[in-house]
Write a protein that binds this ligand. Structure first.
Ligand code: NAD
Ligand code: UFG
Length: 338
């Protein structure tokens, strides 16, 4: 029995596949390679002893997905595939709703038609919106999201809730990620954004390697210890290990479960710059800019539910996150090869 991993060649998916395979789990990857290179498949292969299947297929391709389910012995799904750039989603809302929401509807329907009712979904802390006060707990009210990307995550959570109500043979796990950074220890896998990075860590590593002149710190007048925004950064390998636990959970039960995957600690933008400079020995010049639209001052998790119910806890600290991000960037200045 295998786990089908949609978006398994992407940043979080590839790290998760390595941890699943090294835990002895059979894996089938489906990716349309829209936001990753095929060489990431080779990089996964080099880090694991177990072989795996992979397919180039869009999750919206109903016939293609059905054929994969008919061919492979799929027991459960980890669903990473989706578009994730907040700014781009404001420019292209229809593309985001089509890819993320419609893609998920097709996936769920094909799963149901093939008798597979176990799914782990990549949600986001963004569903907590602007009004909840950190530390964020899973029982807080969700919604009030400020951009189409975030709304796709909120809508998919709602769809999955309704699906479970309609048929409680489903086993659904919604994982709300905080801010994944870091890379595999080997330095061979990491985050490889297209164009100008939106997120903090890839921007910092590109400044450190000389691709960009300086970091813009978006705001220094928030109500935080140094005025810059505070987030809960989590090492991508810890996040990957959370998925190994979550897939075990959905395999052994039915129900709808929601977990935060974060460390429970908040670091400001300037804290991350300092930690990165210390870990890498590189300089990260920065300039203070205006606040970025849609940002909040502080966002961090209460991760205790995942500890109590999944037995999972993030183990890697901010220094290790910075060291590993830097190893990946410095060994692969241009990301994955074509
Ligand atoms: P990523 O872009 O590296 O990975 C997503 C993968 O899905 C890519 O390889 C892409 O080619 C593939 N994909 C996209 N649309 C597809 C489709 N229609 N059919 C098949 N494959 C498709 O992103 P990531 O950072 O690894 O994120 C994985 C998931 O986690 C996404 O759903 C994202 O929204 C969610 N998430 C990410 C973050 C973050 O900060 N990275 C935070 C919260 C949630
Ligand atoms: N920041 C800068 N300069 C930059 C980039 C970011 O100062 O060049 C700051 C932001 O203002 C924020 C912090 O760094 O205070 C983190 O910003 P990111 O863009 O890295 O991450 P966000 O917290 O804004 O959002 C991320 C993902 C979303 C996801 C959210 C919650 O991008 O997809 O975490 O999981 F929804």
């Amino acid at each position: 029995m295998a786990v089908l991993v949609t978006g398994g060649a992407g940043y979080i998916g590839s790290h998760t596949c390595v941890e699943l395979l090294n835990a002895g789990v059979d894996v089938v990857i489906v990716d349309n390679f829209y936001n990753c290179k095929k060489s990431s498949i080779e990089r996964i292969k080099a880090l694991v002893t177990k072989d795996f299947k992979w397919y180039e297929c869009d999750i919206r391709d109903r016939e293609g997905m059905d054929a994969i389910f008919k061919k492979e012995n799929i027991d459960s799904v980890i669903h990473f595939a989706g578009l994730k750039a907040v700014g781009e989603s404001v420019e292209k809302p229809l593309e985001y709703f089509d890819n993320n929401v419609n893609g998920t509807l097709v996936l769920l329907d094909v799963m149901r038609n093939n008798g597979c009712k176990k799914i782990v979904f990549s949600s986001s802390a963004t569903v907590y919106g602007m009004d909840n006060v950190s530390p964020l707990t899973e029982d807080m009210k969700v919604g009030g999201v400020t951009n189409p990307y975030g709304r796709t995550k909120f809508m998919i959570e709602e769809i999955m809730r309704d699906l479970y109500v309609s048929d409680n043979e489903w086993s659904i796990c919604l994982l709300r990620y905080f801010n994944p950074i870091g890379a595999h220890k080997s330095g061979t896998m990491g985050e490889d954004p297209n164009g100008i990075p939106n997120n903090l860590m890839p921007y910092i590593t590109q400044v450190a390697i000389g691709k960009r002149e300086f970091l813009n710190v978006w705001g220094d007048d928030y109500d935080t210890h140094d005025g810059s925004g505070v987030r809960d950064y989590i090492h991508v390998v810890d996040l990957a290990l959370g998925h190994v636990k979550a897939v075990e959970k959905v395999s052994g039960t039915t129900g709808l479960y929601i977990y935060n995957l974060g460390t429970g600690k908040g670091y400001s933008v300037l804290d991350v710059v300092k930690a990165f400079e210390k870990a890498s020995g590189a300089k990260v010049p920065y300039k203070i800019g205006p606040r970025r639209a849609g940002d909040i001052a502080t966002c961090y998790s209460d991760p205790s539910k995942a500890l109590n119910e999944l037995g999972w806890k993030a183990e890697r600290d901010i220094e290790e996150m910075c060291e590993d991000s830097w190893r990946w960037q410095s060994q692969n200045p241009n990301g994955y090869p074509d």
